[in-house]
Design a protein around this ligand. Sequence first.
Ligand code: ADP
Ligand code: MG
Length: 1034
Amino acid sequence: WHFFSVVLPLGAINPNIQTSTATLLLQLVAQGQLDMEGALTARDRVGIQDFVLLDETTEAAFLSNLKKRFSKDLIYTYIGTLLVSVNPYKELDIYNKKQMDIYMGVNFFELPPHIYALADNAYHTMLTEFNNHFILISGESGAGKTEASKKILQYYAVSCPSTTLLNTVRDKMLMSNPVLEAFGNAKTLKNDNSSRFGKYMDIQFDGQGDAVGGHILNYLLEKSRVVHQNHGERNFHIFYQLVEGGSDDLLHQLGLERGCQHYNYLTQGQCAIVQSINDKNDWKTVKNALQIINFDETVIASVLHLGNVRFDSDSKGHALLNNNTELHWVSNLLGVDAHRLQEGLTFRKIEAKKDQVLSPFTTDHAIYARDALAKAIYGQTFTWLVNRINESMENKDPSRKTVIGLLDIYGFEVFYVNSFEQFCINYCNEKLQQLFIELTLKSEQEEYEAEGIEWEPVQFFNNKIICDLIEEKHRGIISLLDEECLRPGDATDLTFLERLEEKMGNHPHFVTHKLADKMTRKTLERGDFRLLHYAGEVTYCVVGFLDKNNDLLYRNIKDLMCQSKNDIVKECFSSMDPDSRRRPETVVTQFKSSLQKLTEILMAKEAWYIRCLKSNESKQSGQFDEALIRHQVKYLGLMEHLRVRRAGFAYRRKYDVFLKRYKPLCPATWPHWRGVAADGVEVLVQHLGYLPDEYKMGRTKIFIRHPRTLFATEDAYEKCKHELGEWQRENTENRKKLVNIESCWRGTQARKEKEKRAWAVKVIKKFIKGYMTRGQAKNTDNSEYLAFVRQNYLNRLRDNLPKTVLDKTTWLTPPAVLTETSEMLRKLHYRLMVRKYVRGITPQKKAQFQMKLITSSIFKGKKDSYPQSVAHPFADNINPRVIQMIRNERIKYCVPVIKYDRNGFKPRQRQLILTQTAVYVIEEAKIKQRVDDSNTTFIWLFQGDLVVQCDHLFELLTKLCVIANKQNAIKVVQGSINFEIQAGKGGAVDFSTGPEPMVYKAKNGHLMVVSWALSLLSHVSVQTGYHFFFSDYI
Ligand SMILES: Nc1ncnc2c1ncn2[C@@H]1O[C@H](COP(=O)(O)OP(=O)(O)O)[C@@H](O)[C@H]1O
Ligand SMILES: [Mg+2]
């Protein structure tokens, strides 16, 4: 208790059964119902409630703890999550409603060990993880398995949420128990209520945890008990219940007499009346349950009557059955023809080709046939009952459900004489032990290995060798038994034994009289074989093995039953084996495959274990038979299990599952962890302060060593979950408020929008009116419109003003109201541009313009080609080579020209240079001519007329005039030009038009200048003593 003093309620997952233990306990204490100190705490001071916490893991310590607890009626102890239960053989006051309430929704280790804790834990794990579980209850016959399964069922019936609808399912589930016990349980030497069939029951739950359905699988009923019981044993309870408890009327109706002593089938064991069993009372319960499923007792009665059918024998030893009242009762109750029944019990029908031959039975044979019929009737009825119960519990809703399976199967048993049934039962227990090993010891160790967790292997006995000995294909005992059963010829139980000896000769777990050494041989009869089971040696007597395995029912009897007027009988036998021509599978083979299926069913679920121990052989309370218990502890492998649990970790979970559950506990993992789950878990446990030796990180799982670490985490989670819930609730309220605010806000917005639209309508109306009256003088209708138009125009104008003075087209057309303004603005803008331009020009440029102005005054209106020259700026260029030649005079201007010779007008490339005092015509390399005239301030000029062609006529002449300061000296003349070189000796220049401009000497000796257009043929002559002719023909 003190180990787990930190714990708080774990469960509380299902809100319907949410009960905080703490509050519950406090309530109970307050009500005086429970003295916490006394009732709970003190109990757990007795020994240790989880073997994992034992100081030493020795068998002695184990047994001592078990004994200590048992002596104080503490029958439950844990090994981790496995529950060990010791049969107290007395009623304990630990299964009441109060106890159930205490365990509901409480952390597994929080309260003293109890079967309710395990049931509750399985239930809640199923709900949280939404997966299937099963509880494997094992232990030898009489150890308390059936009681345990009943306790679990009762717990679920009380603890699961209920509705009236579900109650019916639940009632049927609970009701199924007494019925199946009445028909399937019997008193044996081991147990007064021994299950003689195996039962696996699925309880189906929906997502809310309601028990909504159930299903039962039954395994091999020990039918031989119907016709034969060993000394000290009884037939199935139902028979005794009927003859002891049935009303006089009923018995009369069925032709039965009160008292078991009247019936052969009930008295062989000579113990029909047992102290511990109250058949009368039990009958009341069973009768009610049987009524619900419409079962009538005739079938049971017919079996009792059958048992009393006696055969006489004739002189040949053939069975005779004449006018037998019992036979009539049987035919009556079963609804079959009495004569045919008699025939079926005393003759065998042999089909030879098309003929049918009746062959009489000996009395022994007849008894065999009778018993076979009794067994068949009973066996089939049992199956019918299970089917009926299943139908009533079936849930047809297709939505997904989770299940908890309860396996309560006959326990390992050893009698003085053991037969086929014990062989099957013990084989079944071997298989379950195998499953347990698979699921716990082996898988536990394998898991550590697979997860890379350091681990010291624990040795355990693997009973696979025995399972193989029994069930291996072609070589196992089952295969050999089947072979003998199916073999034509004289196969007997003894030939079967011989075959076993042949095949199993030196198997370490198999011995017979023949194979045994001297010592052992003394303990074996000749017809025995002995198996060394995991739970101990069992000596089987082979007598009856073949018959029981064949379980044959004569064909004519079977056919007769199929024609029964009793519905149940008819249904039972018709469904027996649909393909009557094929030989049915032997009993043991059917059993083997049903166990195989069971294993598969179980392997697909998560397992919980209850290991039941029998405290003594004499069914006495308070007796702790140490040797007996030590033996069970040993063969059940509890020590190995403990060692594995102790060496290992109490809890493990896949990283993603762990993270998903506990992520709200760490800010870094809540609400989402983006990385790998394992890293998230590491961050999480670091945050929670796990110490390094408290956990290990496997490949896919986290392993937590102590339960307390997990509980602390779980508690934190519960608290956090609660807070999250609070937060969520607050959040919902806040959301509501938020919605209110939002709707207010939206309302305001909408009203604003409405106002805006109304305003817009007004504005648009006014705009349209203004547009329509725009031509009128300013009035109230159009004033705003006009203002808008004005502003709009000015704004547009601002963005679209002409960029240069020369651009005369881009000016925006103004609206009528702005015509005048627009014109004023236009002028202003152009003046501004001019101003900007003028301010922007350089002194050089200015000088150039001034030159141009002079050119204009000389040529404007006088020379046709002048306007074309205006756009071309003056080149003002001075050839640097020329500068070298005229060093002592400043060159004012320099231009390339073509000079025509005076004689013959030969063109020559020359440079013409102006200085302040002279004009030079030079070749590139040297000064050719210097024309000097000291009489004039002007540069004049040449020695004789000079004919020069220049491309920059206006520029050259303007420069010439400026330098000479003689602007009037230039004369523009039309027509031919005559010039004199010397007195009486001259020449002429003629002008004409042509397709190609050219200059050449014409035939008349004149210089001919051809130009494109005649209008260009105006010439310039400079009025000096000399002609200075320039052509502008290009
Ligand atoms: N928890 C228990 N409390 C009281 N008596 C028990 C308990 N478990 C078993 N017994 C007694 O032991 C008997 C045999 O138990 P049962 O469950 O039938 O054994 P099994 O099914 O393992 O053969 C029961 O009839 C009952 O008298
Ligand atoms: Mg049982």
